[in-house]
Design a protein. Sequence first.
Length: 419
Amino acid sequence: MRPAAPAAGLLLQSDWDARPLTDPGHLRFHGVRMTWTSRAIACCLPLALLGAAPAHVQTADYWGGYAGTHRVPASEAARALTWAETNPADSQTLRALGVKTILYSNPNRIEPSDTMYRDRDELFAHTCDGSRVTTHAELRMTDPRANALLDDWKSYVQSHDEQGHYTAVFEDEAVGTAYSAQQPCGYSLQNWIAGEIQLQRRLGYPVIYNALSDMSGGSISPEIALNASAIGGMMEQCYAQSAPDTRASGSRWEAAENTELQMARAGKYFFCYGNDLTPAVQAIESRLYTYASFLLTYDPRTSVLWEYYGTPSGGHVMPESQLVPFDPVMRSVPSIDALRQSGGVYVREYRNCSIRGRPIGACIVAVNPDSVTHTVDFSHWHRQLQISGSGIFDGGNVAVVSQRPASDIPPLQAVIAFR
C-alpha cells in the first residue's frame, strides 16, 4: 500500500526489442490501430531527421488532486512527466498537455469511509466461521469473484471517467492475502489471481495493478500473472525502500531487476515505485543507486520511474531522469545474472545516451548491490554523471563532469560513466 494513495516527453522507441507494446488505445492514429512497423516509422523517423532524443525516461508522479503537488504549474509538470495520478478535473488539464493520466482505486481493501464501501456481505471475503476477513486498520478484504464488487468498481470508475479523462485505472493491493490477518475459507492464491483477472477483464478499462512487490525471497511475484488482463503493474520498494535500509540489495534487488526484464518481454508497463521518503538533497548517493539500478534492465517502451524523495515543491521527479540511454551493447538480457561481471559489479553499456535531449555519446551503468566492495574496469571511461540539489521542479541538476570513476565501487553504490 503506497504512502500517499489515494488522491503522471517524447518517448524513443526501443530498438533492441521489436515486440509491440500492449497499449490501451493511445497508439491509435486517425482511428487506425498502428502496427509495430508503422509506429516505428511514425515515432523514430522524425527523430532521425531532426536529430532529436527523448527529454527524459518515462516518469510518473502524483499531480494536483488531493495527493499531488499544487505548487508546480501543469505546463511545467508536463515537461517532466509521462504519467500522473490525479483527480478528474486535473486529468483534463494534463491530457491537453500530453500527459497520460491514472485514476486511483482500491477495490480489494475497503473500509466504511471509502466511496466504494457498501455494507453488503456478498462483497467481502469470509473466513470459515463466516466473519469478514480483516487486513490492516479498519480495512476488510473483498472477494474479486463477487459480481457486486464488479458493479461497484465499474460504477466508481465510470463516474470519475465521465468527469475527467483517464488513460488507465490503478488497482491497489491486488496481492491476494498479503497484509491480511486471516485467509478466506478455501483460499488459494492461484484461484484468487484467476478471480482478479476476470474482474479486470470485466471492468472494461485499462488496469495497472499494484502487486509486484509481493515477492518471496528472490522470486518474482506470482501476481505477475495479472499481466493476462492488465496493461502493467507496479512494484513498491523498487530499488528505493522505506527507512532504515533505503537501498534494495541482495535477492530482493535481483528480483526487482528480473521483474523489470520480464515486464518488458511481456510488453507491459513496469511502474518502479520507490518508497524512500528521504529529502532529495540528502539522498544523492541513494538516488544514483536507484536510477542506475533502474537503467540496468529498463526498456524505454515499458519502464516507468516513480520516486518519492522529499522536495520543497512536493513534486517527485528527479533531474537524473533526463539521462536517457539507448542502443545497448547487450540487447537481449535473459536475467540480471547476464550483466554481472567477474569483479562482482552489474554493468550495462549503451552506445548512445542523451541528457535533456542532447546526445552525449556512449555511457555505462554500473551497480554494486552487495555488502562488500567490488571492482570494475573504467579505464576507457573518463567522465561521470553528477547529481546535485533536489527535484527537477526545485532547481536540481544533473551534469557530466570530467572525472574518471574509481575502479572500486563500495557496497550499495553505483556509477554512471561516459567516454
